[in-house]
Design a protein around this ligand. Structure first.
Ligand SMILES: Nc1ncnc2c1ncn2[C@@H]1O[C@H](COP(=O)(O)OP(=O)(O)OP(=O)(O)O)[C@@H](O)[C@H]1O
Length: 363
């Protein structure tokens, strides 16, 4: 199990709490405003040094405090080697990450705790901009191919250079050729990795969707960010005048998308709220299943208010599915009874009540 113990200090209404979670299912329940989402945010902060609710970190730090801190012991590789991991961040934005006694950077941290979040904002995966879906695809490519992060950084650097040249309004043809060659090289490699990942993910997604929703016809189609039937150098040349006018590169992996459709229509337009939640959950659960198959490591799922939008049958199916995976899950709800009857007697389920930022294990 990834997270063995957790201590949270100065995050929203949590001044200080410590607990040892179950290796499998953790139900965090409490009234509105008690701190359930803040606890999930603390776990998200531990895995990624940021909140999923705000881009402005200072709002996460408890009022009149200057720094948030989350400390844990984790078995990152699932081999029984437990090491301390601590993450702190102060009002100025300064982040400190220590793992096993050493400072590490954000990409190393992201590799330690493979986090998956399912909350009301995850509807964005269907309804939001392509950037959200690119992030989803890149999570998978990052966790399945070690070369991905270097490649992604190299591509981003080239794109920035190309865009800053375009912003000048004219571009030396020799210089353009040099940057375009690099752009094409990284664009093709990045796109192959993303496409490979989606091809791998598809069977898991279809199987999980069938279990969670039954016969809902959903198709996933990865779109590279340019017309793949034509050479990218030709398209870059064709678009040059427009790109110079706009001051940025209009085609390439930075415009990639994952089109999710139901019976040929955008899933965002066609599906009900509950169906959307199940489709998004199936996508995220498929990522966990594939990640486990490729790395033999479980994911950590943060599921805020699992019962919302779902009827009893679908909540049950969702829980049954979670039960059969080996992920470590942190699930919030207002009433524990909403979920308690769904688990088998031998599943390791721990219940924690949170009240005004204080956590107590109840059973
Ligand atoms: N920076 C902060 N410092 C102190 N308290 C804060 C801060 N930010 C938010 N809060 C408070 O923390 C409390 C916990 O909020 P949280 O969203 O975690 O509750 P919740 O249990 O998830 O509630 P709900 O069921 O309504 O979603 C709220 O009362 C909120 O006003």
């Amino acid at each position: 199990m990834p997270i063995r113990s957790l201590s949270v200090e100065k995050i929203r209404n949590i001044s200080a709490l410590s607990f040892e979670p179950s290796e499998r299912i953790n139900i965090i329940y409490g009234a509105n405003g008690s701190g359930k989402t803040s606890l999930l945010e603390s776990l998200h902060f531990l895995g990624l040094t940021r909140s999923f609710r705000t881009n402005q970190f200072r709002y996460l730090i408890s009022a009149s405090e200057s720094q948030s801190l989350v400390f844990s012991t984790i078995d990152a590789m699932g081999n029984g080697q437990v090491k301390p991991l601590g993450v702190s961040r102060d009002v100025s934005g300064e982040v400190n990450i220590r793992y096993g006694g050493n400072s590490i950077d954000l990409s190393e941290l992201a590799g330690l705790i493979p986090l998956q979040l399912i909350n009301t904002d995850t509807f964005e995966l269907l309804e939001g901009s392509p950037a959200t879906r690119r992030q989803f695809v890149d999570w998978g490519a990052f966790h399945s191919e070690t070369a991905f992060i270097q490649l992604w950084r190299a591509f981003k650097r080239v794109l920035q250079q190309r865009n800053s040249l375009l912003k000048c309004g004219k571009i030396d043809p020799v210089l353009r050729q040099i940057w375009d060659q690099e752009f094409i090289l990284y664009a093709e490699q990045l796109t192959s990795m993303r496409q490979r990942y989606i091809d791998l993910l598809m069977p898991d997604f279809e199987e999980i969707l069938l279990r969670l929703v039954g016969d809902l016809a959903i198709t996933l189609k990865f779109s590279a960010g340019w017309d793949k039937k034509r050479p990218l150098d030709e398209l870059l040349s064709e678009n040059l005048l427009r790109d110079l006018k706009q001051g940025f590169t209009s085609i390439g992996p930075q415009r990639a998308d994952l089109k999710v459709k139901s019976e040929g229509v955008s899933a965002a337009e066609r599906l009900s709220r509950g169906q959307k939640k199940l489709v998004v959950s199936a996508l995220k659960l498929a990522q966990g299943a594939l990640f486990h198959r490729l790395s033999n490591r479980p994911c950590v799922y943060l599921i805020d208010d699992l019962p919302s939008e779902l009827d009893e049958r679908h909540s049950r199916l969702f829980c049954e599915f979670l039960e059969q995976t080996n992920n470590q899950c942190f699930i919030t709800c207002v009433e524990p009874d909403a979920l308690s009857r769904f688990w088998k007697a031998d599943t390791a389920v721990a219940y924690f009540n949170i009240e005004a930022g204080q956590l107590v294990q109840t059973h």
